[in-house]
Ligand binder design. Structure first.
Ligand code: BG6
Length: 498
């Protein structure tokens, strides 16, 4: 069903995000007939461009992405009919985000439903929303009247206090229901599917708790470095960039209680409840690392301190690992270990649920194969939810190896979304844009959820603010030795790099 007619106003129209994620998503929505004929797209940015220049720029990026077999957007070839449909509805406005005139000018062009998409640097979030409010652009007509919504990119705040302050600023000119705080991990199908997996399968839910689960590992490992984003990354670091947002989406989807319904607020209530029950991380449970020169897939790469726009004595972390404790009956005594890093030895995002050893111990006593686990018994089951680059899940369990002896063998049953349902070639922003147009906030962060997230990581942010020296790790490795020690302390090990 197509979304209601709407004008999408994109602040940061010339930026990377608009070119690489937003426009390909709009293309896919049009391809699937999900946008109304009366849709319009107005791009706003400070670079002087004509509407034609903007169209040419975006069309170039789209062609590039479509031709790149590694890009998530692989349309094959951009369909000129679809692209024309979009360009016919596009206009560009060269304007200054800080200037009141920008907003009065916009006001004269806008009527009816509007979504303002803030694909801009985080320092503009507060000011742009305040300007929109002042210009009367956020006024919604009551009862079925036109909607006015704002999509805000990440990072939302840089610590607990600034997130509270930013929420206060935006909520002073609009209502919570008008703000859609993006976390693109929620646009990933494998993430959205976690609730279905947990709550639509009798097999998993009864075992999804402390009685059966030993610990949980959440990993977002990347092989890319900071590239051209040195400026942004120097003041952000791995913790702010990935943890209270992306990794916490995985944490909450894995750990939350069943919502009373699939309503956005019912789900977000449970997420907030889980984060509120998560103790602020202890400094001794945080490991910060920074990559040094090394080798990725046979190619020599620079260390972080040699990257463009990075200080030669930078203490910004490019890796962080932490251990969290959740004080709910379901999770009492079950540690959640989280890690993320750039320039690591593998690219994968996943949640690994490590089950407790089988208590009966039949095979521990009688097994002929001593190689199965440390005590010669059955290897504990592991359920891995694969988010990227494979989207799916895998369950490791034990069987008897065919033959006369009672030898245990560990096998894996795996499922892949693309194989099961076909690869949709989506970039992950399609559902975010579409659901916002429909007014469904399920895939967006609520003010209290974000604040609760920052509260959990605040001690680690304070640690970084003291310019604590991060532990070096070679590019292409599994991260700093301290991260291994964090788990070894508890007699556990990280999933190896792949
Ligand atoms: C972004 C971060 O939000 O997420 C990047 O700013 C990171 O540093 C990216 O690389 C990871 O997202 P994905 O979808 O590629 O795993």
């Amino acid at each position: 069903q197509p979304a209601p007619p709407c004008t999408i106003v994109v602040f940061g129209a010339r930026g990377d995000l608009t070119r690489r994620l937003l426009m390909p998503s709009i293309y896919n929505l049009v391809r699937n007939g999900l946008l109304d004929d009366a849709t319009r797209v107005i791009g706003v940015d400070h670079n002087t461009l004509s509407t034609d220049d903007w169209r040419t720029l975006l069309s170039g990026t789209l062609d590039e992405l479509a031709a790149d077999p590694h890009a998530e957007f692989h349309a094959g070839k951009v369909d000129p009919k679809i692209w024309k449909w979009i360009t016919d509805r596009m206009t560009y406005l060269t304007a200054d985000f800080d200037d009141e005139k920008t907003y009065t000018n916009l006001a004269s062009q806008l009527d009816g439903n509007v979504v303002f998409y803030l694909a801009v640097s985080a320092r503009f979030f507060g000011p742009v929303v305040e300007h929109l409010g002042k210009a009367g652009l956020l006024k919604e007509a009551r009862e079925g009247g036109a909607f006015r919504r704002v999509i805000i990119e990440k990072p939302f705040g840089s610590d607990h206090a600034s997130a509270i302050e930013l929420n206060r600023r935006i909520l002073s000119v609009g209502d919570e229901s008008q703000f859609f705080r993006i976390d693109h991990f929620l646009g990933k199908d494998a993430v959205q599917s976690l609730l279905a997996m947990r709550f639509a399968n009798r097999l998993f839910e009864p075992a999804w708790r402390a009685e059966s689960i030993d610990h949980v590992q959440i990993t977002a490992a990347e092989t890319i470095g900071v590239g051209t984003r040195g400026n942004f990354y120097e003041t952000t670091g791995a913790l702010r960039d990935m943890v209270p947002n992306h990794l916490f989406q995985l944490l909450t989807m894995t750990g939350m209680e069943a919502p009373t319904s699939l309503d956005a607020n019912a789900i977000r209530d449970e997420k907030t409840a889980l984060l509120t029950a998560t103790a602020p991380v202890r400094v001794e449970d945080v490991v910060r690392g920074q990559y040094t020169a090394g080798d990725i897939d046979g190619e020599a790469v620079k260390g972080y301190r040699e990257e463009d726009k990075v200080a030669a004595d930078s203490t910004t972390e490019t890796y962080v690992a932490l251990k969290l404790a959740i004080d709910t009956p379901r999770w009492k005594g079950v540690p959640f270990y989280l890690r993320t890093g750039k320039r690591m030895g593998g690219r994968f995002t996943e949640i690994a649920i490590h089950f407790k050893p089988e208590p009966h111990g039949l095979f521990a006593r009688g097994s002929a194969d001593k190689a199965q686990s440390a005590d010669g018994g059955a290897a504990p089951n592991v359920l891995t939810v694969r988010i990227d680059p494979v989207h799916g899940a895998a369950l490791r369990f034990n069987v008897k190896v065919p033959g006369p002896l009672s030898t245990l063998g560990e096998v894996e049953a795996a499922f892949d979304f693309d194989k099961a349902f076909g690869d949709l070639g989506t970039v992950g922003y399609e559902s975010l844009v579409y659901e916002c147009l429909l007014g469904d906030a399920t895939l967006f962060q609520r003010a209290d959820t974000i604040e609760a997230s920052w509260a959990v990581v605040q001690p680690a942010i304070d640690l970084a603010a003291r310019h604590a020296e991060p532990e070096p790790y070679a590019a292409g490795s599994a991260g700093p030795a301290g991260a291994d020690a964090l788990l070894a302390r508890d007699g556990r090990r990280w999933t190896p790099m792949k």
